[in-house]
Design a protein around this ligand. Structure first.
Ligand code: 5AD
Ligand code: SF4
Length: 469
């Protein structure tokens, strides 16, 4: 039937218990929806939450009969799922929108996500050719908003601020056939002074544990072996159902699902990172040997200005509990340099924290003042050039640390899930600890397969090895 489109989707019912509705072959196309003759292009900026939201948005559109295309010029509807965590990310969207200004008579344009929520209807003033502005708290209403667009409305808005539940869709078009994202909590109730997320993603809402577990079981049935539990603060998880599982109990329950090989979770907030999480990891080999625990600064004074609700010493206690685990758990972090008032001495404290903790990876950023945040009231007093210098110094220090930690793995054998080809004759994958391994193999491995690889060399960002048969 030529007017049918076939897409690989993961199908779930929209009901509270989210039972898988159809069994879907992992690589196969599953459900046919009548095509509506329209095409969409969707580009995503920002974090994994946004990537996963886009998978759900694509599910909504495909279910409606839209066909996904790879370039904005071919699309009837162009959507940008945006990030506003730093000024640069937000600007990128407006430059993308600028490129579309001459297509207004033949295509519709939508801004989704954090910039949509933050800028609201002002986007129509800055880019009058935009037709849809929709924040993540309104995605539940997407079918209704799309229907308005299809009916010819030219300014359609979804800017709810207080959604009751996380956004779940009947269909999710997952981009990765082996690793599936699963939302467990949305929004954020913390008030870090630098951060737009509470304003853009609204208050915390956790998903019922039964619904999460049913989704993961459905994913295993579809052939996924790795899931990543997502949330702005996963360890603030509070089960709204009568089971009242804690986050650690939820991890435990997910890990028990037969057929799963790896469970990851991100991001954890140090304040709520309790020893029961480490105990869950120790007890379940399926829970990956990796914790991402953003510290932001090594100076207690700056942490207080940031309103992080922990001191350097309290953070180090959390690290200690992770380091004491019976199996090695890799630890990664996020850091901000040049927060208002950060002195050279504060920055030195961050450098010394890097040495003391010995992170396996770190994402580091220059402070960027954001609208609707408390830090906006503080003078952005570290000059841009000094922020740049501190970032370079910090990244070089961290590079050395990572190199040393990775080199300690040379000679060991690790389990790798194959993700793709790195260059002719070489394959790439990840360890449970989230390290990238490029390796050779005497045969062509299957994507998604788990292999034993002996590590022969190490750089700061990846390992090199060969498959052990
Ligand atoms: N400026 C710079 N970096 C920021 N982050 C969040 N807000 C800002 C900001 N205003 C960083 C933090 C956070 C990561 C996702 O982005 O390190 O953990
Ligand atoms: Fe960016 Fe934060 Fe929004 Fe994710 S939640 S897209 S990091 S602003």
């Amino acid at each position: 039937m030529s007017d049918q489109i076939h897409i690989p989707v993961t199908a779930l019912t929209g009901s509270a218990t989210l039972q898988p509705r159809i069994a879907v072959e992992r690589s196969g196309s599953v459900e046919a929806f009548p095509a509506n003759g329209r095409t969409f292009y969707l580009e995503t900026f920002g974090c994994q939450m946004n990537v996963h939201d886009s998978e759900k948005v694509a599910g909504v559109l495909l279910h409606r009969g839209y066909r996904q295309v790879d370039s904005p010029t071919e699309a009837d509807l162009v959507l940008y799922n945006t990030c506003s965590i730093r000024e640069k990310a937000a600007q990128k969207v407006f430059s993308r929108l600028g490129q579309l200004r001459h297509g207004a008579d033949r295509q519709l344009v939508g801004v989704l996500g954090c910039v949509a929520q933050q800028e609201g209807e002002q986007i129509f003033e800055r880019a009058p050719w935009v037709n849809l502005v929709c924040g993540s708290a309104s995605y539940r209403r997407l079918p209704e908003l799309l229907a308005e667009l299809e009916a010819g409305h030219r300014r359609v808005v979804g800017l709810d601020t207080n959604p009751e539940e996380p956004f779940e869709t009947e269909f999710t078009k997952r981009d990765n056939p082996f690793r599936a994202y699963v939302t467990i909590i949305e929004g954020c109730d913390k008030s870090c002074a630098y951060c737009v997320v509470p304003a853009t993603r609204g208050p915390e809402r956790s998903r019922a544990s039964d619904s999460i577990l049913a989704e993961v079981r459905g994913l295993v049935d579809l052939g996924y072996t790795e899931v990543q539990l997502l949330g702005q603060n996963v360890n603030s998880y509070r089960d709204p159902s009568p089971r009242r599982l804690s986050f650690a109990e939820l991890l435990d329950a997910v890990a028990q699902i037969p057929g799963l090989r790896r469970v990851r979770f991100a991001t954890s907030h140090p304040r709520d990172f309790h020893p029961d999480i480490v105990q869950a990891i120790e007890a379940n080999s399926v829970l990956c040997d990796h914790v991402h625990l953003p510290v932001q600064s090594g100076s207690t004074r700056i942490l207080q200005l940031m309103n992080r609700e922990y001191t350097r010493e309290q953070y180090l206690e959390r690290v200690e509990s992770i380091r004491r685990a019976r199996r090695p758990i890799s630890l990664t972090t996020d850091l901000i340099v040049g927060f208002p008032g950060e002195t050279e001495a504060d920055f030195e404290q961050t450098l010394s924290l890097l040495d003391e903790v010995g992170y396996d990876g770190a994402f580091s950023f220059k402070f960027s003042p954001r609208p609707n945040t408390a830090a906006l009231r503080l003078p952005d007093d570290v000059p841009e050039s000094e922020k740049g210098r501190r970032l370079t110094v910090l990244q070089e220090r961290q590079r050395q640390i990572q190199l040393r930690r990775n080199q300690a793995l040379v000679g060991s054998t690790v389990e790798v899930m194959v993700e793709g080809r790195s260059r002719p004759g070489q394959w790439t994958g990840r360890t449970s600890s989230n390290r990238v391994v490029n390796f050779s193999s005497p045969r062509v491995p299957n994507l998604g397969e788990y292999l034993q690889v002996r590590i022969q060399a190490a750089g700061p960002h990846s390992l090199v090895g060969e498959q052990v048969l």
